[in-house]
Ligand binder design. Structure first.
Ligand code: ADP
Length: 227
């Protein structure tokens, strides 16, 4: 489903963020990308989202090479991907329902579809009883559930999550991880970049360890052992 074929990414100043990455992620997988700050985790996710382009090599998504993707086709590619990035903020003056509905409205979905889909998705993330609450009335973990609901609204093939538990306490972090595992069980590929050793080890799923832009370990039921 996702394939990195000899992918190197250098940023402007010639810094090599990813160095000759070969990687395949199949349907149904749950993958944790771990490593120290600066190892290249976010860059790997951004290449899948086609937010950055490789300097060398090719990223394939569903057999399609992303390097030649036109501006016109980019939204169609991104429609396949739900993102839970750290800098994606909720709209403070909209309720949980409205925050999720907004993602459908901007893509021109009819009202009937919104009324049907939003409660379904909020139910999946466990917020069915808090649809009318505003972000400030919800805990950090609940707010992150709304972000995840928003990421799910187009029924993506893949969820990309960059430090999804970055700002959460240990209990909420576990709950968010359990939610991501549930979404994976429902058939969505999940790729997370994370430092959170406890949640990654609990998941007992594939772990890819990056160090200075290289994959130094790729283990099907991995543990995150590196500090
Ligand atoms: P991680 O997510 O593991 O912390 P990143 O992928 O964010 O790592 O960054 C890898 C390296 O690339 C870092 O050294 C970072 O400073 C550099 N880098 C990331 N984004 C940019 C950018 N837009 N321009 C220049 N350098 C960048």
């Amino acid at each position: 489903m996702i394939r990195f074929d000899s992918v190197t990414k250098k940023y402007k100043d010639d810094y090599t963020a990813l160095d000759n990455i070969n990687l395949e992620i199949k349907d149904g997988e749950f993958v944790s990308v771990v490593g120290q700050s600066g190892a290249g985790k976010s860059t790997l996710l951004k290449l899948i989202y086609a937010e950055e382009k490789p300097t060398e090599g090719t990223v394939f998504f569903a057999e399609t090479p992303l390097d030649g993707i036109s501006r016109r086709k980019l939204p169609f590619h991104r429609r396949n991907i739900g993102t839970v990035f750290q800098d994606f903020k909720l709209l403070p003056k909209k309720t949980a329902f409205e925050n999720v509905a907004y993602a459908l409205e901007v893509s021109g979905a009819p009202g009937g579809e919104i009324a049907e889909n939003v409660p379904q998705i909020l139910d999946i993330v466990g917020l069915a009883d808090k649809m009318e609450k505003y972000p400030r009335e919800l805990s950090g973990g609940e707010q992150q559930r709304i972000v995840i609901a928003r990421a799910l609204i187009h029924r993506p093939l893949v969820i990309l999550a960059d430090e999804p538990t970055g700002n959460l306490d240990p209990v909420s972090s576990m709950e968010i991880m359990d939610l991501l595992l549930k979404i994976n069980k429902l058939g969505t590929i999940v790729v997370i970049a994370s430092h959170d050793r406890e949640i990654i080890n609990k998941a007992s799923k594939r772990v890819i360890v990056l160090e200075k832009g290289k994959i130094i370990c790729d283990d099907a039921k991995g543990e995150y052992k590196i500090a």
